[in-house]
Write a protein that binds this ligand. Structure first.
Ligand code: GDP
Length: 187
């Protein structure tokens, strides 16, 4: 089990404190203001951005127990599709706001950039429609989000960071997607 996780880690050896432990890097992408920081803060269980924030970028590490097995995620909050972000992730969460159609269009663009950057790999990608609580200012329907995810061959979930709705489910979903790939690759 640990060996399988290490296999995916070994391809990206730089960065961390040198610890040799199973760890998956999860990168959040999306327009400014869609709720990335809010989602990551909920994941980290912190109220303020006080952990590992350097160079305008935050990363939080947490071990989740999903389906009786522990997995450690290092979740990185970024707001630009910088080259490096597209290279380092073991999984990607592309966030848009259901109240902002422009951010939905950006999400599609990010998906395309990601595919270009990591063409041969089968990386888990989850499309997230955040701010589902803002019913009256919704500009993107659930159906549109789902259809977009189907076209792009990725998972889809709507969340509300404000109501803490589906946020735990989102990160559990990331873990399950990573495990599915792991299982497929390891003999
Ligand atoms: P980021 O720029 O993508 O990191 O977005 P932030 O996490 O900083 O959120 C931008 C703004 O949207 C903040 O004022 C948040 O409080 C607000 N926000 C984030 N998620 C939600 C949500 O699910 N519902 C509502 N109503 N507001 C949210």
């Amino acid at each position: 089990r640990a060996g399988a996780a290490r296999g995916s880690w070994s391809s990206e050896s730089s960065g961390s404190s040198g610890a040799w432990e199973p760890l998956y890097r999860v990168v959040l992408l999306g327009d400014p203001g869609v709720g990335k920081t809010s989602l990551v803060s909920l994941f980290a269980g912190v109220q303020e951005r006080d952990v590992l924030e350097q160079h305008g970028e935050a990363a939080y590490e947490r071990t989740l127990c999903v389906d009786g097995e522990e997995t450690t995620l290092l979740v990185m909050d970024t707001w630009e599709p910088e080259h490096q972000c597209l290279q380092v992730g073991n999984a990607y969460v592309i966030v848009y706001s259901v109240t902002d159609r422009g951010s939905f269009e950006s999400a599609s663009e990010l998906r395309i950039q990601l595919r270009r950057a990591r063409q041969p790999e089968d990386i888990p990608i989850i499309l997230v429609g955040n701010k589902s609580d803002l019913v009256r200012s919704r500009e993107v329907s659930v159906e549109e989000g789902r259809a977009c995810a189907a076209v792009f061959g990725c998972k889809f979930i709507e969340t509300s960071a404000a109501l803490q709705h589906n946020v735990a489910e989102l990160f559990e979903g990331v873990v399950r997607q990573l495990r599915l790939r792991r299982g497929g690759k390891e003999p």
